[in-house]
Design a protein around this ligand. Structure first.
Ligand code: BEZ
Length: 220
């Protein structure tokens, strides 16, 4: 299983999708993107997930995020399933591609295979992987869920907000942070840099150690 690390350029590939052939790096262009995988077509949890992503499509678009799903079935299979996804989730349209990874080559290159889950023929299934890719084609975040646990796409939007903010400003986002809430100043910011970098002000929180590492600032 390859070990795709944060900061790696994500593997390029060519694949058939429900929107036609895809050359992944070309498709990425210079955009942020999410590649997310599914164990199989015509499965219940996946049907809710793909519908939820479609409903959130305007939120992803606002953040400049391209979307691509992946499942190990064929394109025609995906296209039939899309009709079920639309019907079950009361959707009029379905606007993002589903990659057909029949030979599991993409899943293998990205380390998406679930070591436990198998289909009825004993073929390995992909887990629910999420890869968030930056405009530099580097991996910014990955999350792996087992087949039996559907993803929380509000959380995925939340981490995108954090990733995009922290790519621009020298802040980090604390536990349970939501967009608009105060942030932590990263430890590498020197005290003499604080004023210029954070015109909204910085609070240094006193702690028993006397160390001045807990510095908060309003959302920059
Ligand atoms: C599902 O998407 O519902 C699912 C797929 C594989 C195993 C368990 C659940």
């Amino acid at each position: 299983m390859p070990n795709l690390k944060l900061g790696d350029i994500v593997p390029d590939f060519e694949a058939e999708t429900t929107d036609g052939p895809m050359k992944f790096h070309e498709w990425l262009g210079g955009s942020w993107a999410i590649l997310f995988s599914h164990p199989a077509d015509y499965t219940p949890v996946c049907t809710t997930e793909l519908g939820r992503v479609q409903k959130l499509a305007p939120e992803f678009e606002k953040r400049g995020i391209k979307l691509a799903a992946l499942s190990c079935d064929e394109v025609e299979h995906h296209k039939g399933w899309i009709e079920d996804i639309k019907a079950y989730n009361s959707l009029e349209s379905f606007s993002y591609p589903i990659i057909a990874d029949v030979d599991r080559s993409v899943a293998t290159a990205y380390g998406m295979m679930d070591p436990v889950a198998q289909d009825s023929q004993g073929m390995p299934l992909t887990c629910r992987a999420v890869f968030i890719i930056g405009p530099d084609k580097k991996l910014k975040l990955s999350i792996l869920y087992p087949a039996t646990t559907g993803r929380n796409f509000d959380e995925i939007l939340r981490v995108i907000d954090s990733l995009q903010l922290t790519a621009q400003k020298r802040v980090a986002t604390p536990a349970d942070w939501k967009n608009g809430l105060p942030c932590m100043v990263v430890p590498s910011v020197k005290p003499e840099e604080v004023e210029a970098l954070f015109p909204k002000g910085v609070t240094v929180h006193e702690v028993p150690s006397g160390k001045q590492y807990l510095r908060t600032t309003p959302h920059p």
